[in-house]
Design a protein around this ligand. Structure first.
Ligand SMILES: CC(C)(COP(=O)(O)OP(=O)(O)OC[C@H]1O[C@@H](n2cnc3c(N)ncnc32)[C@H](O)[C@@H]1OP(=O)(O)O)[C@@H](O)C(=O)NCCC(=O)NCCS
Length: 143
């Protein structure tokens, strides 16, 4: 039985291992470093959710709220536990946390060749902004 629980600083190593096993790109020297993640968890404990199966972390999601919109980040499910609806449960949990914070719009950035994720979010009611490009400016390459 899948259990969704808030992730704590003590879960950091499991979180990183999950991202690695899921093949999810992340930024260990920047915003995903232990120090940064623990700081973010302290500020918004309800935004870090884990899916646990018999005590093992098998999925995760991070929500963020910028004051105008909510965002979904770092969603991952272990390969051997996919296609069982775990990502959908995590997304619903993140959406609930963001709505409680006042978010009426929730966004997600997805690589255009990530078909599983594109299918997943469209199935969850998200619309693709066909004419939008993602631009970013970084103070450090690893941020
Ligand atoms: C994307 C990911 C999180 C989906 O996790 P999941 O728990 O398997 O997803 P769900 O079981 O909730 O899937 C729900 C729906 O999404 C779509 N979907 C999920 N995986 C899919 C795949 N490999 N191919 C096509 N559609 C897929 C389907 O519509 C699926 O419903 P169905 O199983 O009834 O057909 C998982 O594949 C993953 O961790 N991928 C690597 C990391 C990643 O890309 N994260 C997202 C970054 S934006």
């Amino acid at each position: 039985m899948i259990e969704i629980r808030v992730l704590l600083p003590e879960h950091y190593d499991h979180l990183v291992s999950l991202w690695e096993k899921a093949g999810l790109p992340f930024r260990p020297g920047g915003r995903d470093s232990r120090e940064e993640i623990c700081r973010q968890m302290e500020e918004n404990p309800d935004f870090f959710l884990g899916a646990f199966l018999e005590g093992e972390l098998v999925g995760c999601i991070i929500a963020t709220f910028d004051g105008r919109k909510g965002w979904i980040n770092r969603l991952a499910v272990l390969p051997e536990h996919r296609r069982q609806g775990i990502a959908q449960i995590l997304i619903t949990g993140a959406e609930d946390a963001l709505r409680k914070r006042g978010a009426e719009v929730i966004g997600i950035l997805i690589y255009e060749d990530n078909v599983p994720s594109l299918n997943l979010f469209q199935r969850m009611g998200y619309l693709v902004g066909e004419d939008i490009l993602y631009l970013s400016k970084r103070d450090r390459s690893e941020s």
